[in-house]
Design a protein around this ligand. Structure first.
Ligand code: AMP
Ligand code: FE
Ligand code: FE
Ligand code: ZN
Length: 294
């Protein structure tokens, strides 16, 4: 069981343990997000903004009013070798000193990265992106999606997908390197904050099967609790392959087996493939909320 007492009724509706609000790169405020989740039939959710828990209190207030169980969550950026991976902390204590320190560190790394991204974009002939992206982020954690939206609003590119494809995505000018804390350290932070560490969207790192297996093994070895079997609507063939991979990794001796989690990775309305509550965990896998490290 997760630390929070989840009323059994909360598991009778849809579960969504991965979504974003205006506290990071989502479009809806935490309150609007929880209202929307309610209308989608979600009864248990975790707000998992990028590198912040600033939206959690508002989300929980709304959840209490509407009858949606809202767990405190976060999506931490972390480093695995030269790659960036995302690790969800589910049911964390937002006031934990370890967590606050990890958030503050990433805040500094993001600040530094934003200046470098803006410099790169300026060299490409797009001056003023830092102020522009900051204005779009408001009080929220500043991320590449805000630069993408600014490029669109400034008329430099047709949509955010193209902004990533041309300027911000992997290997492009705005994809500047960041020394995020390592996976082991990040799992440790989440555990220190009393949460479960979940490897987010394993299929979205563009890894070969062999490399993905190495990542899952490394995550399990680092003490990770679960992996997202489902993140948004997925190709069922890929889901089956991921399940097989997880079974194979869990069959190895070593740390406790990885359980399964699920979420939409909702950022904004109008993307039906990642609508709140859009995925269902198969009945025959061990869900992340079924058991927890002592
Ligand atoms: P950041 O954490 O600031 O590096 O931004 C990562 C976020 O950018 C992801 O969580 C997505 O929300 C978004 N993102 C990444 N790649 C793309 C893409 N190709 N198209 C649209 N959004 C993307
Ligand atoms: Fe995001
Ligand atoms: Fe992510
Ligand atoms: Zn996410």
């Amino acid at each position: 069981m997760l630390k929070a007492q989840i009323p059994s009724i909360a598991l009778e509706g849809r579960v969504d343990l991965h979504c974003h609000s205006t506290a990071s790169d989502g479009i809806l405020s935490p309150a609007a997000l929880v209202s929307r989740a309610k209308s989608q039939g979600v009864t248990l959710m975790a707000l998992t903004d990028h590198d912040t828990v600033a939206g959690v209190a508002e989300a929980r207030d709304t959840g209490a009013r509407l009858g949606v169980a809202v767990l405190a969550g976060v999506e931490f950026s972390a480093r695995w070798g030269r790659r960036t991976v995302h690790i969800l902390g589910i049911d964390v204590d937002p006031a934990s000193a370890a967590l606050q320190e990890a958030v503050a560190l990433r805040d500094r790394l993001r600040e530094d990265r934003s200046v470098r991204i803006a410099r790169c974009l300026e060299k490409r002939g797009f001056p003023g992106s830092l102020a522009g992206a900051r204005a779009l982020a408001g009080d929220g954690v500043l991320g590449r999606p805000h630069f993408a939206r600014w490029l669109v609003e400034s008329g430099y590119v047709e949509d955010t997908a193209r902004a990533f494809k041309r300027y911000l995505g992997a290997g492009k000018v705005g994809d500047v390197k960041v020394e995020w804390p390592q996976v082991e350290e990040t799992v440790g932070t989440i555990h220190a904050a009393g949460g479960s560490a979940v490897l987010a969207h394993p299929l979205k790192y563009g890894l070969t099967r062999t490399r993905l297996r190495l990542l899952l093994e490394a995550f399990r070895g680092a003490g990770g609790d679960a992996a997202e079997l489902l993140c948004g609507r997925q190709n069922p063939v890929q889901t089956r392959e991921l399940r097989q991979l997880l079974d194979a990794v869990n069959a190895e001796s070593g740390a406790a087996p990885l359980r399964c989690s699920l979420g939409s990775d909702f950022h904004q309305p109008g993307q039906p493939w990642r609508e709140l509550g859009c995925v269902h965990l198969p009945a025959d896998v061990e869900p992340v909320w079924a058991a927890r490290r002592p």
